[in-house]
Design a binder for this molecule. Structure first.
Ligand SMILES: Cc1cc2nc3c(=O)[nH]c(=O)nc-3n(C[C@H](O)[C@H](O)[C@H](O)COP(=O)(O)OP(=O)(O)OC[C@H]3O[C@@H](n4cnc5c(N)ncnc54)[C@H](O)[C@@H]3O)c2cc1C
Length: 304
């Protein structure tokens, strides 16, 4: 089959989180020939119990915010396809994305976020779905009146601990550092919660149980009887998907971009959590803003 470049998309936006959906809103209003592909509609923000820091949209669940973004993009006529892309192939002047079918495009906006980082300890994989979880909002209700551990010290960990404190009888927040990194407003709420105990300078070394989580071991020789372990220690880029595209990344694998969100590879832009351009805040609002900037740059590129 001969691929005719004029028949393919001008742009495929890969990712349906805040970056991809904001990009879709802008691309629709620029009347571009584009497609949006994503595995999880709304992206990672759907895992937030409550979003309190998105201007104009106060106190909504992450699921609701993600849904509103997807509805907005669709209302403007964005074609959104649910698919998991397993491979991106670079051809001469265009790209082929391999999912449940093949998609051809002249340009790609990578808005693929990052995957949840694992602790890489004994019992973590074994008890996944049997007490081990990476999403308090999704799995929290299974731990009503139980004891849980939340691991981490940033916003995601602290907000997950706060959410779990509403459901569980006791919450242990286990953090390897000496000072939590979350927003001071969240830390204030945490400190006022009677059923949260924060354990500093500690790492979980092992998760044990019969058929489900029953106990965790810490490297300070402490053992905690717990029914659940929520791991909130950040994210890691999907290096395999972007390998071979000629992108430059930082030492953690985040894609380096310039002020227009252009990557080091011709025809590829990156926005949101996956992108790295100096000082970085990984939040829904910054991801959405980068999606908009990237599409403006791509739109100008289509006019060349
Ligand atoms: C528990 C938690 C709570 C949070 N709370 C807040 C908060 O209160 N406020 C806030 O502003 N931010 C919050 N965040 C951060 C926020 O979720 C992220 O910064 C934001 O979602 C990043 O948007 P993104 O579009 O870059 O990536 P993501 O939202 O991660 O979206 C990535 C998208 O790419 C898709 N994708 C990835 N790989 C593929 C593939 N191979 N094929 C197809 N699709 C693919 C995914 O399915 C998804 O649709 C929270 C994060 C977590 C984990």
């Amino acid at each position: 089959m001969i691929t005719r470049k004029e028949d393919m998309y001008d742009l495929i936006i890969l990712g349906t989180g805040p970056a991809g959906l904001a990009a879709a809103v802008y691309a629709a209003r620029y009347k571009m020939n584009f497609l949006v592909i994503g595995a999880l509609s709304g992206g990672t923000v759907t895992q937030a119990h409550m979003v309190e820091n998105y201007p104009g949209i106060e106190g909504v669940t992450g699921i609701e915010l993600g849904k509103r973004m997807a509805d907005h993009a669709e209302k403007l006529g964005s074609g959104i396809t649910a698919d998991l892309i397993k491979k991106i192939e670079k051809k001469d002047g265009y790209f082929v994305l391999h999912g449940s079918k093949e998609y051809e495009t002249k340009r790609i906006l990578l808005a693929i976020g990052a995957e949840r980082t694992k602790l890489k300890i004994k019992g973590e994989d074994e008890f996944l779905g049997k007490g081990v979880s990476y999403c308090a909002t999704c799995d929290g209700p299974f731990f009503k009146n139980k004891t849980v551990c939340v691991v981490g010290g940033g916003n995601a960990a602290v907000t997950s601990a706060l959410y779990m404190a509403e459901l569980a009888e006791k919450v242990y927040l286990i953090y390897r550092g000496t000072e939590l990194k979350a927003e001071p407003a969240w830390i204030e709420s945490l400190e006022s919660q009677k059923n949260i105990e924060t354990i500093y300078n500690a790492n979980i070394t092992e998760i044990q149980g019969e058929n489900k989580v029953e106990k965790v071991f810490l490297d300070n020789n402490r053992e905690i009887e717990a029914d659940g372990v929520f791991i909130e220690i950040g994210s890691t880029p999907n290096k395999a998907l972007i390998a071979g595209l000629g992108l430059t990344t930082d030492d953690r694998g985040y894609i380096t971009v310039d002020s227009e969100l252009k990557t080091g590879a011709k025809g590829i832009w990156a926005a949101g959590d996956i992108a790295q351009n100096g000082f970085k805040l990984r939040q829904a609002i910054t991801a959405a803003a980068e999606g908009a900037i990237a599409v403006y740059s791509i739109y100008l590129d289509t006019k060349k």
